[in-house]
Ligand binder design. Structure first.
Ligand code: HEM
Length: 486
């Protein structure tokens, strides 16, 4: 009896310790949810966009929620985003990134110096080096396209657009950055893609720590195979991978990372560089195919660059002006890019909102921006935000539209698919060039259409909110044939 009372007392005490946090005067509204410790974790993970919308209706543009023992302050006012993005002193990027690194890639980097990694990335993915990389990518894209969508094929071929876009761009990207010449390399990019796809499918559960035992075993074995595939990538200067990867591996070695750790880090880079481009290209083509007016406008713009019939030329090797395509891409990403921008509060901070309110951010909490809900899907900023309007980012005279407003004030951030500030996407230009090149090659060399002219774009997989580009719940069947075959 005495033990029962003692255990009961311990349980009540533990519950109190785990759940006790009350809102003080300067704190943002606090919503702990009803489940002790877990708080809102389940609803948050199931469909973050819907959950954060519900919280916004209840509390406004800033609130703190409890999720799996952590307190996360969510900020949804784009006018106030810079106060978070520009403060790397009090709000740390790397701590949460390291948590994810460990959960997803089983990776712990010794003497991790993100600034050095970032500097190498910048050097190789911008400026003069970008031009060389674009050329390599263009070559691999053409080769992959010829293999996967042969020019001598006479009849229509049917395939899922998501798998087609993702696999093609993955293989070309892998060969450009990690592999080398197709067939000349011991590891076939198709085998890597097959394993990578399984890994990508389990990624959100790995990040949340919600894998079932069977999935855990699959994740472990898929990771193991990918590590082995990637082991030689970038090891030597004359290896067939890119100068960037070699520089990255050298840096890891200088920082004392052993071979095991290096392989894991290379897998992380494979995901960072390949995880978003394929899905983005899928949505872009999917929106074009379901919006004939947009497709015609893009084709017209492309035909002005070089005649449709003879378009083998690379778009990446020379500067081109494609405002219609740029607007199409911006609109696609507005609807389908949904990263969380998360920071850990390492020093207590007073957050000054644009409306003059001030809130205290507590040390040890996390701060999260979710630009997908605002600005991207905010009806005050974008009229009919659920609707795809290919020319949303074009002025009447055809120039780029940059004027968007909220609360009567012009916005700095009216869409944020690439993040922002010093931790924003380093690969942005490379990604844009690649997607444009891919879409150009497909639309100019092939007839591409929906298998069922009445089909709609699939719903998004709501589990993936927060992890960069969204993915569809199911694939979209399309058919294609080379333009010169009939
Ligand atoms: C459509 C394609 C892409 C999208 C939408 C995208 C989006 C993003 C976003 C939102 C972030 C910032 C995350 C944050 O602030 O926490 C990011 C970071 C990053 N991206 Fe991309 N990305 C894309 C393609 C690429 C490509 C092709 C590369 C490289 C070749 C790349 C390399 C990186 C790297 C290295 C970072 C981390 C920067 C850092 O840690 O400071 N991305 N990306």
């Amino acid at each position: 009896m005495i033990w029962t009372i003692f255990l009961l007392f311990q349980a009540v005490l533990l519950y109190f310790l785990l759940t006790h946090r009350s809102r003080s005067k300067n704190d943002p509204p606090l919503d702990k949810g009803v489940i002790p410790w877990l708080g809102h974790a389940l609803e948050f993970g199931k469909d973050a966009s819907k959950f954060l919308d519900r919280m916004k209706q209840k509390h406004g543009d800033i609130f703190t929620v409890r999720a799996a023992g952590r307190y996360v302050t969510v900020l949804l006012d784009p006018h106030s985003y810079d106060t978070v993005i520009n403060d790397s002193e009090s709000l740390d990027f790397t701590r949460y990134a390291q948590v994810l690194m460990e959960r997803i890639f089983n990776l712990r980097l010794p003497h991790h110096q993100p600034a050095n990694v970032s500097a190498i990335m910048k050097k190789h993915f911008t400026g003069v080096n970008l031009a060389a990389l674009n050329s390599t990518m263009s070559r691999h894209l053409q080769a992959s396209l010829k293999t996967e969508m042969p020019q001598n094929q006479k009849d229509w071929k049917e395939q899922g657009l998501f798998n087609l876009s993702y696999s093609l761009l993955f293989k070309a990207g892998y060969l450009s950055l990690f592999g080398g010449e197709q067939n000349n390399n011991s590891t076939d990019p198709s085998s890597i893609y097959e394993e990578y796809k399984k890994f990508d499918g389990l990624l959100t559960k790995m990040a949340r720590g919600t894998l079932k035992p069977e999935e855990k075993r699959t994740a472990q074995s898929v990771r193991q195979r990918l590590w082995e595939f990637l082991a030689p990538a970038g090891l030597t200067q004359d290896s067939e991978s890119s100068p960037w990867l070699h520089a990255y591996r050298t840096l890891l070695q200088e920082h004392g990372a052993n071979e095991e750790t290096q392989k894991k880090a290379v897998l992380m880079q494979l995901w960072a560089t390949q995880g978003n481009v394929g899905p983005a290209a899928f949505w872009l083509l999917g929106y074009l195919l379901t919006n004939p007016e947009a497709l015609t406008a893009v084709k017209k713009e492309f035909s002005g660059i070089s005649p449709m019939e003879t378009s083998e030329t690379s778009l990446l090797d020379r500067p081109v002006n494609t405002p219609v395509f740029d607007s199409v891409l911006e609109e696609t990403l507005r609807l389908t890019a949904a990263p969380f921008i998360t920071r850990e509060v390492v020093h207590e901070k007073t957050l000054h909102m644009a409306d003059g309110q001030q809130y205290l951010l507590r040390k040890g909490d996390r701060v999260c921006l979710f630009p997908f809900n605002s600005p991207q899907m905010d009806p005050e900023i974008h009229h009919e935000p659920q609707k795809y309007k290919y020319d949303r980012f074009l002025n009447k005279d055809g120039s780029v539209k940059r004027d968007f407003y909220k609360g009567g004030r012009r916005l700095k951030y009216y869409t944020m698919p690439w993040g922002a500030g010093i931790n924003g996407c380093v690969g942005k230009k490379f990604a844009i060039n690649t997607i444009r090149q891919f879409v150009y090659m497909v639309l100019t060399n092939y007839d591409l259409e929906l298998s069922d002219p009445n089909s709609q774009l699939p719903e998004v997989n709501a589990n993936r909110y927060g992890f960069g580009m969204l993915q569809p719940e199911r694939d979209l069947l399309v058919r294609y044939r080379p333009r010169n075959s009939h």
